[in-house]
Design a protein around this ligand. Structure first.
Ligand SMILES: NC(=O)c1ccc[n+]([C@@H]2O[C@H](COP(=O)([O-])OP(=O)(O)OC[C@H]3O[C@@H](n4cnc5c(N)ncnc54)[C@H](O)[C@@H]3O)[C@@H](O)[C@H]2O)c1
Ligand SMILES: O=P(O)(O)OC[C@H](O)CO
Length: 329
């Protein structure tokens, strides 16, 4: 069915941008996907495949790859799908290409380092003429691209807009729930990545399934405390973008954050794989923001301390287990 958001732009041609391009095409939309690397975009256009970031997935016929940001200027809505720390740069570049009032949907999961801004705040700052929104939830790019059933949340301050965008992008296999709790949705995605590194460390160290479950439950307590302190609604934190994504990312080596933790847990060293693990970039800003509001986040602090080399995995586990006993709630 035609939509008021018939022409969808995707700014960012990584794994998630490519998967979202195919999902939007499956929903019946005409899609332009932009990437900064002209050679890679030309190869994608000819091969109908993103061989760098999502090998083996055929681009839907209605997806047009481009390396010209201007090609996004005729889009009814744009999904911004670059890493969290690059979101400001690309949003600022989009500013001169998008008509005022164009919905701009942040799809990154992180917090901007230096400014401590959440993703929609970055959009409001860098591209103030656009209408910011956020898309987040438990969703591996490969699953979405393969058309496996997936459910995520799309939030905007205007609930009607969130609903219209969710309808435009949704299909039988890609369900979007709408919300106006923007802050809640963006906090879940940013926080779960840090906790997923801890979950990977627990698995890599062979601490057992019981410890893995405890980590998810106590990690969720941290996510909830942080979320409440920064204005999230509790029911959002227990939804897809909070608890849902925490469970997914803390339990699958398919997650790059979990996989990073797994390798740290196995040999104690932090060897970046070259794959994007947003939690490693968010950990220190998350912990600093928590400390500034006296929010207790011992697991996130332990991840940050291990990543920065201030303590070993053994020391981090030892100090977590030596914490005084306390009431659960
Ligand atoms: N991959 C997933 O399963 C998945 C699912 C949900 C959310 N996300 C989130 O989406 C975001 C992007 O992840 P991804 O998996 O697509 O990463 P990716 O590493 O596959 O791709 C990142 C893309 O961004 C581009 N990029 C980086 N810096 C840029 C800049 N300054 N200007 C223009 N382009 C730039 C890279 O060239 C690359 O094409 C992350 O925040 C991630 O947490 C990913
Ligand atoms: O591979 P990760 O760890 O970035 O996780 C991907 C998605 O965020 C899962 O919802």
């Amino acid at each position: 069915m035609p939509s008021r958001f018939q022409r969808i732009g995707i700014a960012g041609a990584g794994a998630w941008g490519t998967a979202l391009a195919n999902a939007a095409a499956r929903a019946g939309r005409d899609v332009v996907i932009w990437g900064r690397d002209a050679g890679a975009m030309e190869t994608m256009r000819r091969a109908r495949e993103n061989r760098v970031h999502l090998r083996g997935v055929t681009l839907a016929p209605s997806v047009s790859p481009s390396s010209s940001l201007h090609s996004l200027s005729g889009c009814d809505a744009v999904l911004l799908v670059v890493p969290a720390q690059a979101t400001r740069t690309v949003a600022a570049e989009l500013r001169s290409h998008l008509p005022p009032g164009t919905p701009l949907v942040a799809c990154a999961k992180g917090i901007e380092r230096g400014t401590t801004l959440f993703m929609t705040q970055v959009l409001a700052d860098a591209c103030p003429s656009a209408v910011p929104a956020i898309l987040s939830g438990p969703s591996f790019a490969a699953d979405v691209a393969a058309g496996l059933p997936t459910a995520v949340t799309l939030a905007s301050q205007e609930l009607d807009l969130a609903e219209a965008l969710a309808t435009a992008l949704g299909s039988a296999s890609f369900r979007l729930y709408h919300s106006d709790d923007v802050r809640g949705v963006e906090i879940g995605g940013a926080t779960k990545n840090v906790l997923a590194i801890a979950a990977g460390i627990v698995a890599g160290r062979g601490l057992g399934a019981s410890a893995g479950a405890a980590l998810i439950a106590r990690g969720f307590a941290e996510l909830t405390r942080f979320g409440r302190a920064f204005g999230a609604r509790p029911e959002t934190l227990t939804g897809l973008s909070g608890l849902g994504d925490l469970i997914l990312t803390c339990s699958s080596p398919q997650s790059r954050n979990y996989a990073l933790g797994l390798s740290i847990g196995k040999d104690g060293g932090f060897h970046p794989s070259g794959k994007l693990a947003e939690g490693a970039l968010t950990a220190n800003v998350l912990v600093a923001m928590a400390e500034a509001k006296a929010v207790e986040m011992p697991l996130a602090q332990a991840v940050e301390a291990v990543l920065s080399g201030r303590c070993t995995v053994e020391e981090a586990i030892g100090s977590l287990l030596a914490r005084p006993q306390k009431a659960e709630l």
